[in-house]
Design a protein around this ligand. Sequence first.
Ligand code: FAD
Length: 503
Amino acid sequence: MAATAQKIAIVGAGPVGSLAALYAAERGYQVELYELRPDLRNPGTIPLNFTRSINLAVSERGINALRNVGHATILQHVMSHTVAMRGRMIHGRLPNGELYEQSQDYDIQGRSIYAIDRSDLNKRLLDTLDSLPNVKLLFNHKLTGADFRTRKAWFEVRDQKNPANGRPREIEIDFDLMIGADGAHSAVRYHLMKFTRMDYQQEYIDTLWCEFNLGPRQVATASQNPSDKFLISPNHLHIWPGKEFMFIAIPSEDGSFTCTLFMPSKEFAYLESDPSSLPAFFDQHFPGVTALIPGKELVESFTTNPHLPLISVKCRPYHYGASGVVIGDAAHAMVPFYGQGMNAGMEDVRILFSILDKHASLNERNSPVGDDENPAVGARLQALAEYSSVRAADAYAINDLALQNYVEMRASVLSYRYRLRKFLEESVSVYFPSMGWQTKYARVSFSNEGYSEIVRRSDHQGRMLVRCFLSLVASPFIGTLAYWGYRHRKCFRGIFKALSQRR
Ligand code: FAD
């Protein structure tokens, strides 16, 4: 528990801000959570994140952050409404025109990632926060200004009018620490930049996305087998790869799938000029989809749902003094191709509070440092500086990995080289466990290892594989064998294909 009830103002009640509020509340802080949108639990309210996809993948880092929250039931509460996805299901068409699907498990040890409904997760976190006496939830509050020296901030209360001018009422608040979890276009980050020398970089990739819905199977009677309600395997993240674009489907508990089309803006513009050509476009590039989603529905979703951009944000440091810090998308928005944006944001919360805890207890044991009037401030000053210095390298690394994974998802998954490397790394991990090898994907999704360390270790594994390959080729006997193998590669391709389809 904090020595005095310091006030933490959290801006943004998305998954990251809500989780941060739980962590802060469990430590006895006085917590105020400000959200610009209305409460998404009120019937008819537009979800908080209506510009974000409906369901997403939660994996070890997000789960670990929920596990460490200190609130006994929250993890079970959230995870009981997820669908396990053990791998990718790649859909395509063979040269003879036949449709195929190929399952590629994410992990040789059978570990899964989990599909979760975004607003359901948010609701569950908000319900838990509602039950805590030291938390105030303030919806319809938009941060308009912040002074991190005087620790004051200003909000527009969007559902209350100022009688003098008819405009939304403005309020001023005080805080000890402001945590900005207000997303990619963070207002907290914008104001923080005026106080700290923050490096900032943002990039829009030339890809837009649009959502579609693949409905559940229509069954006349209640089925005995829960997976009967799904038209395609519920335990996979389905991918229709294309060289330039990609269509994916993620399962929901009700038997439906949220599907997302990712495509360069010029292709979107082309289809926007003639949406009726969409079913034919799907037949050409994403074979089998129109048998699952009728062409009329595809066109309707395409013309009704927004076509949204993808932004990647890098910045550092994340804090100012002892009074402000940004986390989640506010600190490192990334493209969604590793399914790590929210997971990394939830991990920020766990790491930030573990560092705050460490400095608070050091401060209690040793003589207080920094601010003589309030030792808690001195401890926080050191904690935030440490947070910025340890987290930036990892946030930059996952930002880059997410960009690279777009190529992997839409193209590499089909390549022999990619599958051979996966096969070799997984074989080493099983037969030589002491070497500590794992695929990059497994380390990112099923461990809590720093992202930058993962990049380092994966590069090392890659170099080792190349060296082994070169030394094999260099030995005369193996060289001849390799040449013979190359001459008969077609036959090996068949064997390799059969092997990988078995998995
Ligand atoms: P947000 O979810 O953006 O929440 C920020 C909140 O702050 C919002 O509620 C907003 O209303 C509020 N706010 C904004 N400005 C203000 C203000 N001035 N005052 C008060 N409140 C404010 N991540 C994964 O881990 N797995 C996935 O599978 C995955 N899939 C994705 C698919 C797509 C298509 C996209 C676009 C993203 C995906 N992500 C995924 C990323 C994930 O959505 C984000 O990383 C995550 O939502 C970040 O959470 P956050 O709480 O930091 O920010």
